[in-house]
Design a protein around this ligand. Structure first.
Ligand SMILES: Nc1ncnc2c1ncn2[C@@H]1O[C@H](COP(=O)(O)OP(=O)(O)OP(=O)(O)O)[C@@H](O)[C@H]1O
Length: 704
């Protein structure tokens, strides 16, 4: 306790002051004198040797030494190549290693021509000393004679005979001067010459970076984003880990680049075709995408390997580093507000392919499936297609959005049905909507041959919700699932099987596919399959099919979050380069506001559509009111069109209606159809008047 008391007064003089605590010697620090000299020297030497400055100096020495050695080797090789047939031999070996015997024969012929020309030059050389001596004698004699003639002329002019030899003496003086000059310069030339030669080979070595990679300067060592050159591609292929390929490239020596076609700029990257040596299969290279990308100093997603039509060839597309992370421009749907669409002949502007060319998709008679992980842009991608198609006013939409947060709300007033919501009730509604489309399809199939039908797009977004729905109807049939009794599954399958020819088309957007939430038969029923980023290759196979994935399609290699809006598309509705099974499309982003502006334009093209947001099956319908609904704002509508619209509104109630049924209801109400321009029409004015005045006993109702 007493140690904790702080005295507030001075220690009295008679008491001794407490002794300061004794300091213990620090014993854990070794006495420097105790460390042996050899250990201290070793440590110091290591510190000096591993110091960054020493290492940089060491690297510099090795680098510049290697430049000189490498440069000498390169210059010597060039000289050797220029004087001998080595180049031809090398090319022949390369062509043989690549299995290209035609090229080998061509190089052999060139080599033979080179040898023949060299032989001729050597034979000429044997007979040349005599010729040279003769020419020298003639030349010297001629020159002396000429100078004497000039001297004679000079002597006559000056009347001094000594001038005869004046020009000759001038020549002698010139020779003397030159000899003196060379004597003077010889010393410095001998001293400087070797250094100049050394500088020359150093410069060649430096230009070709002829030093080990670790000794190169930092910026040369980092190959991040370096441009793609033939030697880089060949080196990347050599180091791919395909033994037969590495062997063949080694056998080719410096001529490995003969495997490559020209490297061409393709969009935000470059493209090159590689003809593989015999014994190497294209899928061996395709299977090593990541390694190839890393060998080319790129990320995996920046390299695409496809198989073009030419045999034993792979096509590499290599993005400029980071270029795929740049956004693409806005959609023409947004920038061009006069754009219209044509379901049959047009193509929806969807985005850009990797080469930077516009990617547009034909939607004519194609069922569609867009898949991807959550939040990658599936709804936006699917919606862009619907937005474009809505600009063809003949197209009708039945829509079910089983997320229901308003992504499709702008289609209210444009789609004939729009169900939005995630609950089982919404699934039931969507299933009934799709079954209604099946009825319509059957009606169309039974129509007289040659009848044309307006396109009816049955669109279900977040379709996995429907497949996973556990609810059963009163007869015990499940709405979800993938059994023969499953209502959604069977309705979709029916449309897949028979809808195309009568323009009843199924479009589905689904998330994170599995066998349960996207059954195999449904996946395979779609003509156009597109996928955003996915988790695994097996999901990629579900989304796009085995054929596309075996041909190089790899949505599982897209980066979730970073590659939003980038789709891998397998379809015959989009131009795909020959030999490829899929194409990667970076889609334009059309946000909700832009989408609403486009649907406003699409609504302006139409007569005014009343969108149903619930489906009332089995209820008595008010036929006259329904007729008024389908007439919209149009003063006169052809009776045939009224029938079609009624069917779209409720296929159960009106699918079987004939012209007679329509006429009966209208006549009963006092709003009978009449002829306009020779064709039977229903007048909006008359129907509304009849509605206003009709009896209250429900005489205009039809059985549901
Ligand atoms: N083409 C695109 N380009 C860039 N970003 C996009 C693109 N499309 C969508 N995105 C971004 O991705 C987000 C999600 O888009 P979207 O709602 O279409 O995804 P989703 O896959 O349908 O999501 P969910 O999992 O909810 O079904 C958007 O809010 C937008 O930020």
């Amino acid at each position: 306790m007493t140690q904790n008391v702080v005295p507030l007064f001075k220690t009295p003089d008679d008491q001794p002051a407490p002794a300061p605590p004794a300091l213990e010697p620090v014993s854990h620090l070794p006495d420097p004198a105790m460390v042996p000299l050899w250990l201290r020297t070793g440590r110091a030497a290591r510190a000096v040797a591993t110091h960054e400055r020493t290492r940089a100096a060491g690297r510099g020495v090795v680098r510049h030494g290697s430049y000189v050695l490498g440069g000498t080797r390169i210059v010597a090789r060039r000289a050797w190549d220029g004087r001998t047939a080595a180049r031809y031999e090398r090319m022949i070996r390369a062509a043989e290693a690549a299995g290209n015997y035609e090229a080998a024969a061509e190089w052999e012929a060139r080599g033979a021509a080179f040898r023949a020309a060299r032989h001729k030059r050597r034979m000429d050389l044997i007979s040349s000393p005599e010729r040279i001596a003769k020419n020298a004698a003639y030349g010297t004699g001629g020159t002396i004679g000429g100078l004497i003639v000039i001297g004679v002329a000079l002597a006559i002019a000056t009347k001094d005979p000594a001038d005869v030899v004046t020009p000759l003496m001038a020549l002698v003086d010139l020779v003397h001067f030159l000899v003196t000059l060379v004597t003077m310069l010889w010393g410095p030339l001998v001293a400087v010459g070797p250094w100049a030669a050394l500088a020359g080979v150093w410069a060649v070595g430096r230009h070709r970076q002829a030093a080990p990679n670790w000794a190169l300067p930092a910026q040369a060592r980092s190959s991040e984003g370096e441009p793609i050159t033939p030697s880089i591609v060949v080196k990347a292929l050599r180091d791919l880990g395909v033994p037969a390929l590495a062997r063949a490239i080694k056998d080719m020596g410096d001529a490995g680049a003969s495997m490559l076609g020209p490297i061409t700029i393709a969009g935000c990257g470059v493209e090159v075709d590689v003809t593989l040596p015999s014994g190497v299969s294209t899928n061996e290279v395709q299977g090593k995408r990541r390694k190839l990308a890393e060998n080319l100093s790129r990320h995996e997603h920046e390299v695409f390997i496809t198989i073009p039509a030419a045999a034993r060839t792979v096509r590499l597309w290599v993005a400029d580093s980071g270029a795929l992370d740049e956004p693409i421009g806005p959609s023409p749907l947004v920038t061009n507000d006069t754009m219209t669409a044509d379901y049959k002949t047009g193509r929806a502007p969807w985005g850009q392919d990797l080469r930077g060319d516009a990617a547009a998709l034909s939607l004519y008679q194609r069922h569609l499936l867009v898949t991807g992980l959550s939040n990658q842009g599936k709804t936006v991608a699917l919606r862009s297609l619907a937005l474009w198609l809505a600009l063809d006013k003949s197209v009708q939409f039945l829509m079910g959005d089983l997320k229901g947060v308003g992504d499709w709300a702008m289609f209210d007033g444009l789609a004939h049905i729009l169900i939005q919501g995630p609950t089982d009730d919404h699934v039931v509604q969507v299933v009934e909507m799709v079954e209604g489309a099946v009825e319509e399809m059957n009606r169309r199939i039974q129509a007289p041959p040659g009848t044309t039908f307006p396109p009816l797009i049955v669109l279900v977004d977040e379709a996995q919700v429907a497949f996973m729905c556990p609810v059963k109807d009163e007869e015990g049939r499940p709405y979800g699932g993938a059994k023969a009794t499953s209502r959604y599954f069977m309705a979709v399958r029916k449309i897949h099987n028979q809808g195309r020819a009568v323009n009843v088309l199924m479009w589905q957007g689904t998330q994170d596919p599995t066998n349960e939430n996207l059954p195999k038969l449904v996946r395979e029923g779609a003509h156009t399959r597109a996928s955003l980023a996915l988790g695994t290759e097996s999901q990629a196979r579900m989304a796009l099919g085995d054929k596309a994935v075996d041909g190089g399609a790899a949505p599982n290699l897209l980066r979730p979050g970073l590659d939003r809006g980038t789709l891998v598309v397998a379809s015959d509705g989009i131009p795909i380069p020959a030999g490829q099974s899929s194409i990667t499309v970076r889609t334009h982003y059309v946000d909700d506001d832009a989408a609403a502006a486009i649907t406003d334009r699409a609504k302006a093209l139409r007569d005014g559509v009343t969108t149903l947001t619930v489906i009332d099956h089995g209820q008595t319908r008010d036929a006259l009111a329904d007729i008024a609904t389908v007439l919209g704002d149009t003063p006169r509508v052809l009776t045939a069109d009224v029938l079609k619209r009624l069917t779209a509104l409720d296929a159960d109630a009106y699918g079987g209606w004939t012209n007679g049924d329509l006429k009966r209801v209208l006549e009963d109400a006092g709003a009978e159809p009449y002829k306009s321009d020779g064709r039977m029409v229903v007048g909006r004015e008359r129907v509304h008047r009849a509605l206003a005045h009709r009896d209250t006993d429900g005489s205009a109702s039809a059985e549901g």
